[in-house]
Design a protein around this ligand. Structure first.
Ligand code: IMP
Ligand code: MG
Length: 215
């Protein structure tokens, strides 16, 4: 290997182990069970306190700061995915200080004829997103399949740019390669409710996030 090739290899390796700015935000949610907060019961399951609403607010504020720095003067469209993202989106936009529009969209799932079985269409977008900067606002990324399928559909509309802003990620469950630029917190592979997230339709109203208690 000549000197230049060696230098290039060293340079690439060195920078690939540094955290990229894409990893900057996503911090592990501290699993401090806060006191004075009782467990909750939803249908057949018990949930215990997991992420206090003050910690959520801090992380949402940090994410908003990053968006404020990156989107100054750009007027993007935020697409919040219903139902789960409605509370996160409401808190997030009130911390944004650049002009933007917000749309709420929903997936309609139906069984299709393709090999994967499930087809998802995004419905409810009533605005032309061609040549626009788009930020998808999502509550949680689990396997990543939902976002993975959505991104090419948005790109088909000829968007100028598209990024994902997500409250929570379960990196241990991720099954597809996904480039998530804005992520507030990571959590282990556990099922949670509260702050917009539901168990069988219930539990979206809780201010804090609760984790299922396995029996
Ligand atoms: P994915 O396609 O596997 O990434 O799933 C993402 C969707 O699954 C989210 O938008 C949520 O609606 C739902 N989801 C994933 N994990 C949880 C959870 O822990 N609690 C509630 N909903 C969840
Ligand atoms: Mg969702």
């Amino acid at each position: 290997m000549d000197k230049i090739a060696f230098g290039m290899t060293f340079f690439t390796l060195f920078f690939s182990i540094l955290p990229s700015d894409r990893d900057f935000l996503c911090t592990f949610a501290s699993n401090s069970t806060f006191t004075h907060t009782p467990m909750i019961k939803i249908k057949d399951k018990q949930f215990e306190p997991f992420i206090h609403h003050e910690q959520i607010a801090e992380r949402v504020a940090a994410l908003a700061d990053k968006l404020n720095a990156d989107y100054k003067g750009k007027n993007p469209i935020l697409i919040a995915i219903l139902n789960g993202a409605f509370i996160f989106a409401a808190d997030l936009v009130r911390r944004l200080n650049f002009d933007h529009e917000i749309q709420f969209a929903k997936f309609s799932s139906y069984e299709g004829m393709d090999t994967t079985g499930k087809v998802q269409e995004l419905i409810g977008l009533s605005i032309d997103i061609k040549n626009r900067d788009v930020i998808i606002v999502e509550d949680i990324i689990d396997t990543g399949t939902t976002m993975f399928n959505l991104l090419p559909k948005l790109k088909e509309h000829g968007v100028k740019s598209v990024e994902i802003a997500v409250l929570l990620m379960k990196p241990g469950k991720l099954k597809v390669p996904l480039d998530v630029k804005y992520c507030a917190m990571t959590i282990p592979n556990e099922f949670i409710v509260g702050y917009g997230l539901d168990y069988d339709g219930i539990g979206r109203n809780y201010k804090s996030i609760y984790v299922v208690k396995e029996d």
